[in-house]
Design a protein around this ligand. Structure first.
Ligand SMILES: *[C@@H]1O[C@H](CO)[C@@H](O)[C@H](O)[C@H]1NC(C)=O
Ligand SMILES: *[C@@H]1O[C@H](CO)[C@@H](O)[C@H](O)[C@H]1NC(C)=O
Ligand SMILES: *[C@@H]1O[C@H](CO)[C@@H](O)[C@H](O)[C@H]1NC(C)=O
Length: 388
């Protein structure tokens, strides 16, 4: 039991290491590409902001009408440096601790009508909430054409939103913000806040989304929350949700690839390193892998409320588990969710084999071109699959 958990954890870490390498290569390429493409016209971008209610406004009773960059930013908490052994921690962890208390950031690109307003949001059956990074333009493009296409399937509306922060600083940030603004205007599917979109800020991204949802889309029935590199069979997801007893969004649901008794990584060289200064306990509460999970509107509201009393933890999926646990709810395991990638689970099977994917809900990690091809093949009416 313990060793199989350890193996899964290792596979997961190796996989994520690989993802990081692919990511980094992609990022370097994109930066180079953009600096060549747009070097001429980067001067005049001003982020468009909508009126927002941030913590400081509420607290001070002041309405700010000025632009984003003159907003009082959440300040670093310098007294975290007094913690035991703070100076020996890696820089990213120090940075996380300095800003751990910040939960409210200005909205740069909003989508208040995504669900047709508060009252009509009950017409949204499945809201796809996709964590993307500003540089992942190609992934967003392919998702818009494939599994994340907004549509009406078997009597249910599917809507899509990408959630993002900002990338880099100075000119690079202006360029990526400009790209997102263009996508926002054309596709109405970009939600962006003014925080840096880093691995250790993923939980912050989730929290900001849940706040947005409570305000703008409180009555959506179900949510799919996942990464922009997974293959989600959204037709199957809708049919699965419709088949639930009572098909009831006002009940608890949180399901995906379940991790139980997952050990906290204490090795400072790992991307997943969590020192005791952040979390003392050595195991996580049960949680579903952040590659993709399903939850009900009810559970999203519960998590949003309870999260206000739980300190932010850098690992976003583990944080969801902490919220569920404190609310007395449990995540569950769904056999159709393979966030480790099929080839990792059963050797010899082919990730690009449409018959394996036809009956699943989600598989991790596809390149944009493979995603497009796979979506076509899975939905080919002439696809022939043997019984086993
Ligand atoms: C700042 O950090 C100290 C030490 O960890 C903590 O006691 C305090 O509550 C923090 N302040 C805020 C505003 O989070
Ligand atoms: C939403 O519905 C409530 C209750 O039916 C109603 O009082 C309210 O005016 C509606 N709001 C809008 C914006 O239509
Ligand atoms: C999270 O975003 C804030 C706002 O941009 C930034 O100050 C902070 O350094 C980021 N935290 C991490 C751990 O990247």
């Amino acid at each position: 039991m313990a060793s199989s958990n350890a193996r899964i954890a290792t596979v997961r870490i190796l996989q994520r290491g690989y993802v990081a390498a692919v990511f980094l290569t992609g990022a370097i390429f994109m930066v180079f590409y953009f600096s060549v493409q747009y070097s001429a016209d980067i001067t005049d971008y001003t982020p468009q902001i909508n009126e927002f209610e941030n913590y400081n406004q509420l607290k001070l009773g002041i309405r700010y009408t000025t632009q984003v960059f003159s907003e009082p930013k959440c300040k670093a908490n310098m007294s975290v440096a007094d913690m035991k052994d703070f100076s020996s921690l890696p820089d990213v962890i120090k940075n996380f601790l300095y800003y751990r208390h910040c939960r409210h950031f200005p909205t740069l690109l909003d989508q208040p009508d995504k669900c047709g307003g508060v009252n009509r949001s009950k017409d949204v059956f499945l809201l796809l909430v996709i964590k993307s990074s500003p540089l992942n333009y190609e992934r967003r493009e392919v998702l818009r054409k494939t599994w994340a296409k907004e549509r009406f399937h078997k009597g249910a509306w599917i809507r899509r939103i990408f959630i993002l922060g900002t990338m880099g600083s100075g000119e690079q940030m202006e360029k990526t913000n400009k790209l997102l603004k263009a996508e926002h205007d054309e596709f109405n599917d970009i939600l962006q806040w003014d925080f840096s979109d880093t691995f250790h800020n993923l939980t912050l991204k989730q929290i900001l989304f849940l706040q947005w949802m409570e305000k703008n889309c409180p009555n959506a029935h179900f949510l799919f929350n996942g990464d922009d590199d997974v293959f989600a069979n959204t037709n199957n997801i809708v049919e699965y949700l419709q088949s639930l007893p009572d098909n009831d969004e006002s009940k608890h649901l949180f399901t995906g690839y379940l991790f139980q008794n997952e050990k906290v990584v204490r090795w400072a060289g790992s991307k997943y390193f969590i020192p005791v200064q952040i979390q003392e306990s050595n195991t996580y509460e049960p949680y579903c892998g952040g590659g993709g999970y399903l939850l009900s509107g009810y559970t999203a509201r519960v998590i949003n409320r309870i999260s206000q009393s739980i300190a932010i933890h850098p690992i976003d999926d583990a944080y969801m588990g902490m919220c569920l646990s404190k609310a007395g709810l449990s995540p569950s395991s769904h056999v159709g969710v393979k966030t480790l990638g099929l080839n990792m689970l059963c050797k010899g099977t082919d990730n690009l084999e449409p018959c394996y994917l036809r009956d699943l809900l989600l598989v991790h990690r596809y390149l944009p071109a493979d995603m497009y091809l796979m979506w076509k093949q899975v939905h080919d009416p002439n696809l022939k699959c043997s019984k086993n």
